[in-house]
Design a binder for this molecule. Structure first.
Ligand code: COA
Ligand code: AMP
Length: 640
C-alpha cells in the first residue's frame, strides 16, 4: 500500500508544518523566522530569516558525521577511458581548495560565475565551490554555441568563468576555449578572470592577465593548505541561475535559492526515489540541464549518497550496452534518464541482448523524465530490465518533480502515459480559458495553485516582470506550467503538449521562436516558420519553412544549407536543426498569423481541420507536398 494519499493530505492540511518538518533534515546556521512569508517576493518566500550553506550540507556535514571515507562521486568516462572515485573527505578537500582559488581571482559572495564544462568531476566541483563561498553559478550546456554563451554572459554578468580545454562528443573532440573566447568577444560584459582546466586531449591558449590554469592554481592552494570556509548565506539568497528556453531568443534565467532547494531535494531522495545514504544514484543527464543540477550534483550529495558523473552516451561509447556496464560496475541502485536515451538503446539492441552480459541485480528502479514517456518505451524497459519504470514530470522552473510515482512512499499502480500524481507541495489544477478548473478527463492548462513549494523558482534573474508575465499573468493565483493535459477519475495526471513555442528534442528543451529569430537573420529570407515535428527517436525535431525575398534566384539547396549552418553557429549543435524547406508562401490567417499548429498536424499525420480564418487553403496543400517530398510527413495529410 502506498502512503502517498496520507502524506499528500498531511501536506495539504498544513503546508508550513510539512515543510518545517522536512527542513529538520538540513543543517542550518540560523533557523527561519517564518517557514513561508506569503507577502515576500513574487508569490511568497520559503524559510525567511534562515541562514545556511548548500555546499556544507552536501560535503562537510557528512565528513563531520564520520562518513568522510564514503564514496561521494564516481567519474566514469568511456570517451577518455577514465574512472575515478572521490570520497566525501576528498571531494570536500577539492572543493575547499577550488573555492580558495575563486576567492583569489576576485569572486565574492553574491557574484555570478559561469561554468561552461563537459561532464567531468570538476564540473560538479565548480558548482559546489561557488555554493561554498556564496557565489551564484550559472552552468551553460556544452552544446550551445558562442552567441548563446554570450547572451548568458551579458545577462548574468559573471566575475569569473570556469571552463575546460575541451569536451568530447563520442569520438569528436570539441575545443571549448575558442568558443569561450569568441563569446567573451561578442558580449558587452567582460569577466575579469577565467579558470581553464587543461585536459590531455587539447591544450587551450591562456590569455595573459585574464586566464588562469585551473590545475596549477588548485595544486598551489592545496600545497599551501589554503581552503575557503563555508559562507553563511540567507536561505533566500540565490544558489544558481539556469537559463532555459522561452518563447524568444532571450533565455529565461531561472533562479534557485539555497534553503528551500535543499529542503525539497533532500525530501525527494528518500520519499520519491527511495534511496538510502551510501547507495549509488545515477542521473544520466548533463550538468547543463536541470536534471543534472538537481540529481547529479545537489540531491544525492545532500542525502549522503554516491553520485555518478558519466561522460559518454547511451549508444556509441562504445555500444548500446554502455548503461548496463556502468550500472553493474558501480552497483547503481537507481538510474534516471530521458526516454530518448532508451529509444536510442532500443534501436541499436532491440532484443536487449547486451543486457545479458551484465549483472544488474543491484538496480531497483528506472526513472524517466524530460519529455513524455511513450508507453512503448516504458514497456520495453520494464520487460528487459525487470524493474519498475517510473515516469515523472517536471520543469527547469520547478527543480523537482511536479508529478510522479513516489516509490519511497510505496509505489502506486502504473498507468502507461501518465506520470501518476502530484507531489506534496503541488496543488495541481486543470484550468480552462476562463481560469476555471475542469472535470476529470477534460483537457486544459496544467496550473499550480500558488505558492509554489520550496525548491521552485522564486523569480527570474533580474526580471521580476518577465516572471510575472510568463508564469503568473495568464491564470491569476496560479503558476502556469505551459503544459496542457488532463487528470483522470483517479487523479492521475496526463501531460500532453506544450502550449507555447517550446519543443523537446532528445530530452533537450528548445525554442522554435528563438530558431525563427536566427533563421530570419539570413539575408535572402523574407519570412519563416519553425515547428517541432514528431521524431521516433528524439521525440521531436525542428523543421524550418522559409520564404525567399522576391528576386532571389540562388539555388534553394544552397540557401537551405546556409540556414542550417547559421542555426548551428548561433544556437549550437544541440538545436539539431537539420531540416529546412524553401516554400513559396506560408499558410496564414486573414489577420496574418502563421498557422504553425496546423502545419505541425500535417507533418505529424494527425487529422486536422481547415481553420475558418485561413487566408488561402491551397497553401496547406503546398506545405503537405513539400513535407512529403522530404519524407517528413508521417502519414498522408488530409483535412477532417
Ligand atoms: N557539447 C557539444 N555538442 C553536443 C553536446 C555537448 N555537450 N551535446 C550534444 N551535442 C551535439 C551532438 O554531438 C550532436 O551533434 P551533431 O549534429 O554533429 O551530430 C548535436 O549536438 C545534437 O545532439 P543530440 O540531439 O543529443 O543527438 P545525439 O545523436 O548526439 O544523441 C541521444 C542522441 C538520445 C543519445 C542523446 O541526446 C541523449 O542521451 N539524450 C538524453 C538527454 C538528457 O539526458 N536530457 C536531460 C533530461 S533527463
Ligand atoms: P525542462 O525544463 O527542460 O525540464 O523541460 C520541461 C518540459 O519538458 C515540460 O514543461 C514538459 O513539456 C516536458 N516534460 C518533462 N518531463 C515530462 C514528462 N515526464 N512527461 C511529459 N512531459 C514532460
Amino acid at each position: 500500500m502506498s502512503r502517498y494519499a496520507e502524506v499528500y493530505d498531511t501536506w495539504k492540511k498544513n503546508p508550513e508544518s510539512f515543510w518545517a518538518e522536512a527542513a529538520r533534515d538540513v543543517s542550518w546556521y540560523k533557523l527561519w523566522d517564518k517557514v513561508l512569508d506569503p507577502y515576500a517576493g513574487q508569490y511568497g518566500r520559503w524559510f525567511v530569516g534562515a541562514e545556511c550553506n548548500t555546499a556544507y550540507n552536501c560535503l562537510d556535514r557528512h565528513v563531520e558525521a564520520g562518513h568522510g571515507a564514503r564514496t561521494a562521486l564516481i567519474y566514469d568516462s568511456p570517451v577518455t577511458g577514465t574512472k575515478q572515485s572521490y570520497t566525501y573527505a576528498q571531494l570536500t578537500e577539492e572543493v575547499a581548495a577550488l573555492s580558495a582559488v575563486l576567492l583569489d581571482v576576485g569572486v565574492r559572495k553574491g557574484d555570478r560565475v559561469i561554468v561552461y564544462m563537459p561532464m567531468i568531476a570538476e564540473a560538479v566541483m565548480a558548482m559546489l565551490a561557488c555554493a561554498r563561498i556564496g557565489a551564484v553559478h550559472s552552468v551553460v550546456f556544452g552544446g550551445f554555441a558562442s552567441a548563446e554563451l554570450a547572451t548568458r554572459i551579458n545577462d548574468a554578468k559573471p566575475v569569473a568563468i570556469l571552463t575546460a580545454s575541451c569536451g568530447i562528443e563520442t569520438a569528436r573532440v570539441i575545443p571549448y576555449k575558442p568558443l569561450l573566447d569568441k563569446a567573451i568577444e561578442l558580449s558587452e560584459h567582460k569577466p575579469s578572470a577565467c579558470l581553464v582546466l587543461q585536459r590531455p586531449q587539447v591544450a587551450a591558449n591562456l590569455i595573459n592577465g585574464r586566464d588562469h590554469d585551473w590545475g596549477a592554481s588548485v595544486s598551489a592552494a592545496k600545497a599551501a593548505g589554503r581552503k575557503a570556509g563555508c559562507a553563511a548565506v540567507a536561505a533566500t539568497d540565490p544558489l544558481y541561475i539556469l537559463y532555459t528556453s522561452g518563447t524568444t531568443g532571450q533565455p529565461k534565467g531561472v533562479l534557485r535559492d539555497n534553503g528551500g532547494h535543499m529542503v525539497a531535494l533532500k525530501w525527494t531522495m528518500k520519499n520519491f526515489y527511495d534511496i538510502a545514504p551510501g547507495e549509488v544514484f545515477w542521473a544520466a543527464s548533463d550538468v547543463g540541464w536541470v536534471v543534472g543540477h538537481s540529481y547529479i550534483c545537489y540531491a544525492p550529495l545532500l542525502h549522503g549518497a554516491t553520485t555518478l558523473v558519466y561522460e559518454g552516451k547511451p549508444v556509441g561509447t562504445p555500444d548500446a550496452g554502455a548503461f548496463w556496464r556502468v550500472i553493474s560496475e558501480h552497483k547503481v541502485v537507481a538510474l534516471f534518464t530521458a526516454p530518448t536515451a532508451f529509444r536510442a538503446i532500443k534501436k541499436e539492441d532491440p532484443s536487449g541482448d547486451l543486457i545479458k552480459n551484465y549483472d544488474l541485480t543491484k538496480l531497483r528502479t528506472l526513472f524517466l523524465a524530460g519529455e513524455r514517456a511513450d508507453p512503448e518505451t516504458i514497456k520495453w524497459a520494464e520487460a528487459k530490465l525487470n524493474v519498475p519504470v517510473i515516469d515523472h514530470w517536471w520543469q527547469t522552473e520547478t527543480g523537482w518533480a511536479i508529478a510522479g510515482n513516489p516509490v519511497g512512499l510505496g509505489k502506486m499502480p502504473v498507468k502507461y502515459g501518465s506520470p501518476t500524481v502530484p507531489m506534496p507541495g503541488f496543488d495541481l489544477q486543470v484550468l480552462d480559458e476562463k481560469h476555471q478548473p475542469v472535470g476529470p478527463n477534460q483537457n486544459g492548462t496544467l496550473a499550480i495553485k500558488l505558492p509554489l513549494p520550496p525548491g521552485c523558482l522564486p523569480t527570474l534573474w533580474g526580471n521580476d516582470e518577465r516572471f510575472r508575465n510568463s508564469y503568473l499573468a495568464d491564470f491569476p493565483g496560479y503558476y502556469s506550467t505551459s503544459d496542457a493535459g488532463y487528470r483522470d477519475e483517479d487523479g492521475y495526471v496526463y501531460v500532453m503538449a506544450r502550449t507555447d513555442d517550446v519543443i523537446n528534442v532528445a530530452g533537450h528543451r528548445l525554442s522554435t521562436g528563438q530558431m525563427e529569430e536566427v533563421v530570419a537573420q539570413h539575408k535572402d529570407i523574407a519570412e519563416c516558420a519553425v515547428i517541432g515535428v514528431h521524431d521516433d527517436m528524439k521525440g521531436q525535431l525542428p523543421a524550418g519553412f522559409v520564404v525567399l525575398n522576391a528576386g532571389v534566384a540562388r539555388d534553394a539547396k544552397d540557401i537551405e544549407a546556409e540556414v542550417v549552418k547559421l542555426v548551428r553557429d548561433v544556437i549550437g549543435p544541440v538545436a539539431a536543426f537539420k531540416n529546412v524547406m524553401v516554400v513559396k508562401r506560408l499558410p496564414k490567417t486573414r489577420s496574418g498569423k502563421i498557422l504553425r499548429g496546423t502545419m505541425r498536424q500535417i507533418a505529424d499525420g494527425e487529422s486536422w481541420k481547415m481553420p475558418a480564418t485561413i487566408d488561402d487553403p491551397a497553401i496547406l496543400d503546398e506545405i503537405g507536398e513539400v513535407l512529403k517530398s522530404r519524407g517528413m510527413a508521417h502519414a498522408p495529410a488530409k483535412s477532417a
